[in-house]
Design a protein around this ligand. Sequence first.
Ligand code: SAH
Length: 342
Amino acid sequence: MIDGIADRQDITLEELRILLETADEKSIGYLKKLASDKAHETYGNQVFIRGLIEFTNYCKNDCLYCGIRHSNKNADRYRLTDEQIMSCCESGYELGFRTFVLQGGEDPYYTDDRVCAIVAAIKEKYPDCAVTLSIGEKSKESYQRFFDAGADRYLLRHETANEEHYRRLHPKEMSLANRKRCLWDLKEIGYQVGCGFMVGSPGQTIETLYEDLKFIKDLKPHMVGIGPFISQKDTPFADEPSGTMERTLRLLSIIRLIHPKVLLPATTALGTIHPKGRELGIQSGANVVMPNLSPVNVRDKYKLYDNKICTGDEAAECRYCMENRMKSIGYQVVVSRGDFAG
Ligand code: SAH
């Protein structure tokens, strides 16, 4: 069955159910091995690194799962200045990062003009680097402006491809239709685009996951970001159980098999629920890691979920820690933009 999924680069609902529910360790071992072999076919033993700069935790949205949601009065809000962002890039560049990911809440302070100015400044100083934006839902015109200013990639997890599930996770002002519209617009403009979802978010079922996989087949993104949902104490989902590492690993493998060349990160959330989560993610078919480049004094304020790792570490520590972690499993962190290999 697993070989069939790899050959067809597609999966049925029944196959998904079996792979997510089985306790047969041998077949799951085979699934993960085949997925990491597939990643090797395209990317060898190389792991791409992205320097993550969490530049604002202000957000106008109120996503029920997220610790920086607008109505969380306990969030200690911050914004990085342009100088701080440039200084993150400077230390990141010296550490061998050739992709900078600017991520934040949907913060109206960062107007299109401001975003364009930051992107242009980074691209001017580091023309050999890729800039990825992850700043939420915007109009097609805004996305076009960011692209024209030099942005190369855009991460916007679709969160779930099922309408009813989407409504359970988001306030009524937000819609799945708009989220999908954004992703199609981004693709049309010419970005390398990443969608994705949390594993184990409240209300997620095998059926909704199947819809996620179908959406990924449809969109054909260059990147897919998945990580476990982890509850955050100041959100409406504070008491909801978190997603599991095992289900996340199996889904990473499945996504690799049905989308062999996709850029697939082993996320910080995966590293948060298990000390070896990111290593196991790579061994299940992931090929990207995203160490944090944000200044240490704001690290613990970008709290999307509880117990986030690495909040006290300097960028250099994260960088070398990651290199050692990858070495320990036979992988090499590379200094390159790490573009999609399609
Ligand atoms: N505002 C941007 C960035 C959001 S944060 C945007 O809308 O895209 C990046 C991702 O973190 C989200 O897409 C979500 O999937 C994930 N995230 C948020 N809260 C989380 C939680 N409690 N547990 C795990 N992941 C979470």
